[in-house]
Design a protein around this ligand. Structure first.
Ligand code: AMP
Ligand code: MG
Length: 326
């Protein structure tokens, strides 16, 4: 069997087939609006264990549960503060994950032994159809090897995980392109655990208060166990630079610009533009996709331009920083 043979068209028949696979305790890779996920029945600890095995993910790194209906969050969360409910109503389905105290129904392997669990409702018709057909929340981290680039197409999944998932549903390229924003609450204040596909500013506007940022302030706020210093890393060495900084230039180097090519663009092996229109959503959607392309082309060193630190620029900078740690 070639690595492409477990990629399937997401028609009704194949979604039913995928749901059956989930029921049987095996795994299915499927598209969401953020990145592709590797899913299993969240109530089946053995099936969840196989996610860790296929991804080579450490067991201390908890999984996100995907639901198709807000009501189901109340089976998984023990307590839902008013502010969390407000965010669910405003931003679900969408790229927002909430971390709150879990009920007994959630197996320990899912939460990596923590007393809290991460839940979101994806905004992707295939993901929602699969969760509905499987009749259970689906535990799904990104469908890549641990620490590597996140997949934004079905073939990215196949390249990294091969026949690991019993089935890969092909929904084309994902639209958001970076993982979800993760929020928890500390003393009833919102805390950003991971910058992602929903801008923190939008959450602040909805709640009418600042979202606290543990990484930046270095305080004792809760943090996300899986957000390691080195993560989302391309095979090539990556360096964040400011426009005009001195760089090496030859056919093995690439320059990834926000909106305009560098002056001496002809001297790099490849130049990528994240968004000619300086649109941060478009840049986020292109980020992993373009890094995959550079990886495939055999580029050895990537110079990535620093992005604005606002809106989705925060999520892009987070991925660039972690991807450039040696
Ligand atoms: P992903 O691999 O994109 O599905 O990311 C899952 C991430 O969600 C983990 O790496 C953690 O950083 C975060 N997460 C999941 N569950 C929790 C939790 N209970 N507490 C804090 N962070 C969590
Ligand atoms: Mg991941």
């Amino acid at each position: 069997m070639t690595e492409m043979e477990n990629i399937f068209k997401p028609d009704d028949k194949n979604i039913e087939k995928a749901a059956k696979i989930i029921h049987e305790g095996r795994t299915v890779a499927f598209p969401t609006e953020t990145v592709y996920g590797l899913g299993a029945d969240c109530f089946n600890p053995k099936a969840c264990a196989s996610i860790f095995e296929i991804k080579e993910r450490p067991l201390f790194d908890p999984l996100i549960l995907h639901i198709d209906d807000i009501k189901k969050a109340f089976m998984l969360f023990k307590e839902v503060p008013c502010k969390a409910e407000k965010l669910m109503k405003k931003f679900w389905p969408g790229p927002l994950t909430l971390v709150l105290p879990k009920t007994e129904a959630v197996p320990d392997i899912v939460s990596a032994g923590l007393s809290t669990v991460a839940v979101r409702m994806p905004k992707h018709p295939i993901a929602l159809a699969l969760i509905r057909a499987a009749e259970c929340p689906i535990a799904a981290p990104s469908a890549n090897k641990f620490g590597r680039l996140s997949p934004t197409t079905a073939s990215h999944v196949a390249e990294q995980l091969g026949k690991g998932p019993a089935m890969i549903l092909d929904g084309g390229r994902t639209t958001v392109g970076v993982e979800s924003t993760i929020i928890t609450f500390h003393e009833n204040k919102p805390v950003l655990l991971r910058a992602g596909g929903l801008a923190a500013e939008e959450i602040e506007e909805e709640l009418g208060e600042k979202v606290l940022r543990p990484v930046i302030s270095g305080n004792s706020l809760p943090s996300a166990p899986g957000c390691l210093k080195k993560h989302y890393a391309p095979a090539a060495e990556m360096k964040i630079i400011k426009r005009g900084d001195k760089t090496e230039k030859d056919k093995n180097t690439a320059y990834m610009a926000f909106s305009e090519p560098p002056e001496d663009f002809g001297e790099y092996g490849i130049v990528k533009i994240l968004s000619a229109e300086r649109n941060l959503c478009e840049a986020a959607a292109n980020l992993f996709y373009m890094l995959h392309e550079l990886e495939k082309a055999g580029i050895k060193k990537i110079y990535a331009e620093e992005m604005p630190h606002t809106g989705l620029g925060l999520a892009i900078m987070d991925r660039l920083k972690r991807g450039s740690v040696k």
